[in-house]
Design a protein around this ligand. Structure first.
Ligand code: MG
Length: 168
């Protein structure tokens, strides 16, 4: 069986290979939460992003989604899936479901934040969503939204006083 360490390293390396730094995700978390949590630092956000990435379920979602994006780019999927992924068809929905498999681990606050990030596409999400050349980020954008939403939720649920603030 693949070791925890190996899976963690591979999933992190895949994010970086696809142009996503953990700091990009931490900045999404900061923007989600800094209006609710006074003096929130990017370091605290980064810590929560790293904690989310420690979970095997999250690592599995990352390696699965990114693999499908890469296979679509390399023209290695059969039709109709290849076209669905390369054109990022809105009604496909399985990319969002994969993201939800991450958010599911972190409680209710994650769901609203996930929907908000998917809708408003700030920062790195916008970059991933803008198609450049042959790139396909159909799964990756949802994975990044989900990691950020989960980190925000984790932060809030770890401190009950923050839950009350965030839900206002
Ligand atoms: Mg998507």
């Amino acid at each position: 069986m693949i070791s925890d360490l190996e899976l963690r390293q591979v999933s992190h390396a895949l994010l970086v290979e696809r142009g996503v730094q953990l700091l990009d995700i931490a900045e999404l978390v900061l923007n989600l939460q800094n209006k609710y949590i006074p003096n929130l630092s990017v370091a605290e956000c980064l810590e929560n992003v790293q904690a989310v990435l420690e979970k095997r379920e999250v690592q599995n979602a990352i390696i699965t989604g990114i693999e499908l994006d890469k296979l679509a780019e390399q023209d290695m999927l059969s039709q109709p899936l290849r076209e669905i992924l390369t054109s990022d068809q809105g009604l496909y929905g399985i990319d969002e479901i994969l993201g939800l498999s991450i958010v599911n681990l972190y409680g209710s606050i994650g769901f609203t934040n996930y929907g908000y990030l998917d809708k408003t596409k700030p920062g790195i999400i916008k970059r991933l969503d803008s198609k450049v050349g042959q790139s396909c980020h159909t799964f990756l954008d949802d994975i990044v939204c989900a990691i950020a939403a989960s980190a925000a939720s984790r932060m809030a649920h770890n401190d009950p006083s923050k839950i009350a603030i965030v839900n206002q």
